[in-house]
Design a protein around this ligand. Structure first.
Ligand code: G3P
Ligand code: MG
Length: 260
């Protein structure tokens, strides 16, 4: 089951913009993407913010942990300068800011719950609650009208399940565990989201035959994308939104942009 877009822009704009910022979401949109993946963790005061690393140093200058700073302090930090001069001043956004941007622009969201270690339960709960509030009037609709919450943290997804049972969940794994079927059932998940590097055709077949959606991260080569789609993979996220367009793999995707 995968009622969602097939090709998803990873961290907003892949490698073309500073990840997990509003500028990244805008970049994905400019490339025609109406589907994004981004990462969410909690500030010290429990506000969901959009960031990948639990510590400063790579995309945000400085040292220390995200969990030691309030949302007000975090959203004053620069998350764009590392990427290029034109992005200086691009802030760490809150989840609410990114979700609002996506909802206004009709962008589907794969919200990855990325807890700072030690905050799994709380992060799953808060992010699911916040998502539920944003989509309150759509909860009675089909899953296609809703975002997908995913996480590598089983615990975070269990908390999300308790907080917002009607918001769909996908279990993220690097390597597919032996007991994947049982875990997906326990979480009431609709999909397995996995590293394409560790997927095999028999595993793909088994997951699809069990009735689950199958999503892969992070596929950056068109030939590999074609290969895994032929195995029955429903969708994947990509950093190379310049090479793999939003209609890749569909009839429309074979028409060159200039001919459209
Ligand atoms: O959600 C898919 C993918 O983003 C998982 O890995 O580390 O890029 O968040 P990561
Ligand atoms: Mg992610």
């Amino acid at each position: 089951m995968w009622p969602y877009p097939k090709i998803v822009a990873h961290r907003g704009g892949g490698v073309l913009a500073p990840e997990n910022t509003i500028a990244a979401m805008r970049c994905g949109l400019t490339h025609g993407f109406h589907a994004v993946e981004f990462d969410v963790m909690l500030s010290k005061d429990g506000v969901p913010i959009v960031m990948h690393d639990p510590d400063f140093g790579r995309t945000v200058a400085g040292e220390g942990s995200v969990a030691d700073f309030t949302a007000q302090e975090l959203t004053a930090r620069d998350a764009g300068a590392w990427f290029g001069e034109e992005y200086i001043g691009e802030p760490i956004p809150t989840f609410e800011q990114v979700a609002t941007f996506c909802m206004h622009n009709n962008i589907w969201m794969n919200i990855e719950i990325k807890p700072v270690p030690g905050f799994e339960d709380q992060t799953g709960w808060v992010v699911a609650q916040a998502t539920k509030r944003l989509f309150e009037n759509k909860l009675a609709y089909t899953p296609a009208a809703l975002p997908l919450l995913s996480s590598f943290s089983f615990e975070a997804l269990q908390a999300a399940q308790l907080a917002a049972p009607d918001v769909p969940r996908g279990f993220l794994v690097d390597e597919i565990p032996q007991d994947w079927n049982e875990r997906l059932h326990t979480l009431g998940a609709i999909s397995l989201n996995t590293n394409h590097k560790n997927l095999t055709p028999p595993l793909a077949r088994a997951i699809k035959e069990a009735g689950f959606g199958l999503f892969c991260y992070t596929v950056n080569e068109p030939a590999r994308a074609t290969e895994i789609l032929s195995w029955g993979v429903d969708g994947f996220c990509t950093d190379r939104i310049d090479l793999i367009g939003p209609h890749f793999g569909s009839a429309e995707g074979h028409i060159s942009p200039s001919a459209r």
